[in-house]
Design a protein around this ligand. Structure first.
Ligand SMILES: NC(=O)N[C@@H](CC(=O)O)C(=O)O
Ligand SMILES: [Zn+2]
Ligand SMILES: [Zn+2]
Length: 356
């Protein structure tokens, strides 16, 4: 499976990875976080849940230009943002054709209305409102990226992914069997099993927090908002199923950090925002999870090969190296408007350090 990977006691060298699920935000926040992702990853699928959301190729182009502008200002090179459009009840077939022609917009993102951060403009009834658009996406080979949780408030928060499979994923994929679908940030054994066993073109991203932690992490000695993201961390049996999936060598599973920065004050609040910031140390976190599972040899496939294969893109040419050297995660980082940003697992020490 590995194409290049070189593993020694002290180093891991492998093809430069890509992040297939990332929130870069905009404005000063974008300026604060972009360098972290660009340091480790060659490309990233940039999520469109800005305010207002990125719903057209034209808006994606101007957002991409702002990202490229920050790269220029900060002397960042060797990073390519891959854009996505936010699917709404009003997305037109023409927009799908524009995406297919654009070259730089790679997918549509489905946010069930109200499911997560900035998802108010999301879809209320996928097959009822978007069938013609989905038909054209299937025909043109444009992938649908899915935040897979139902928003029905009568469904327990911890069950919303499993229920989404039955209520949305199965009917969607039955109706559009050759539509490329990515089940984003899976968090349960149900999600992992579904993606492993389903027919047709499907993949899934897995975040570092869902590989490293179970839901106890949110309540360890008190409430810990920096471990709160959506879909929320689940029981240990689910974490184990995700580790098994990510390290199995199955090409359907690939790296997507879902790094989702929110200012410290917006997380440490009476109604705190969902999202973990992992762009700073994503590879160190993933290496820790893979090493704990005794599967470091599977890291390259998950991080660097399976995603490009799914998206039909070339694998990267350069390599990256992690060194066995303790890395203490900073307590805080700078963020927008003089605010602070608390990274995932702040203050903890990891065994691996990113080199270049
Ligand atoms: N994952 C999160 O908890 N938050 C993401 C949105 C998302 O990916 O659902 C965000 O944009 O903050
Ligand atoms: Zn999401
Ligand atoms: Zn996300």
């Amino acid at each position: 499976m590995a194409q290049f990977m070189q593993l020694t006691e002290q180093t891991i060298t492998f093809i430069r990875p890509d992040d297939w699920h990332l929130h870069l935000r905009d404005g000063e926040a974008l300026s604060a976080v972009l360098k972290d992702t660009a340091r480790q990853f060659a490309r990233a699928i940039v999520m469109p849940n800005l305010k207002p959301p990125v719903t057209t190729v034209e808006l994606a182009k101007t957002y991409r230009d702002r990202i490229l502008q920050v790269m220029k200002q900060q002397n960042i090179s060797g990073f390519e943002p891959l854009m996505t459009l936010y699917l709404t009840n009003n997305t037109s077939i023409e927009e799908v054709l524009k995406v297919a022609d654009s070259g730089f917009v790679k997918a549509f993102k489905l946010y069930p209305a109200g499911a997560t951060t900035n998802s108010d403009a999301g879809v209320t009834d996928l097959l009822g409102n978007c069938s013609a658009v989905l038909e054209m996406m299937q025909e043109k080979g444009v992938p649908l990226l899915v935040h897979g949780e139902v928003t029905d408030i009568t469904v327990d928060l911890f069950d919303r992914e499993a229920v989404f499979i039955d209520r949305v994923m199965l009917p969607l994929r039955k109706r559009f069997p050759t539509l490329k679908v990515v089940f984003e940030h899976i968090t349960t054994k149900h999600g992992a099993q579904y993606v492993r066993d389903a027919e047709g073109p499907i993949g899934a991203t897995i975040t570092p927090q869902h590989l490293l932690y179970n839901r106890n992490a949110i309540f360890q000695g008190g409430i810990r908002p920096h471990y709160y993201c959506l879909p929320v961390l689940k029981r240990e049996e689910h974490r184990l199923a995700l580790v098994e999936a990510a390290t199995s060598g199955n090409k359907r599973f690939f790296l997507g950090t879902d790094s989702a920065p929110h200012a410290k004050g917006a997380k440490e609040a009476a109604c705190g925002c969902a999202g973990c910031y992992s762009a700073l140390h994503a590879l160190e976190l993933y290496a820790t999870a893979f090493e704990k599972a005794g599967k470091l040899d599977q890291l390259e496939g998950f991080a660097s090969l399976n995603g490009p294969a799914f998206y039909g893109l070339p694998i990267n040419k350069e390599t990256v190296t992690l060194k066995r050297q303790a890395f203490t995660i900073p307590d805080e980082l700078g963020y927008a408007d003089g605010q602070r940003l608390v990274p995932l697992a702040a203050g903890e020490s990891l065994a691996w350090s990113f080199e270049n």
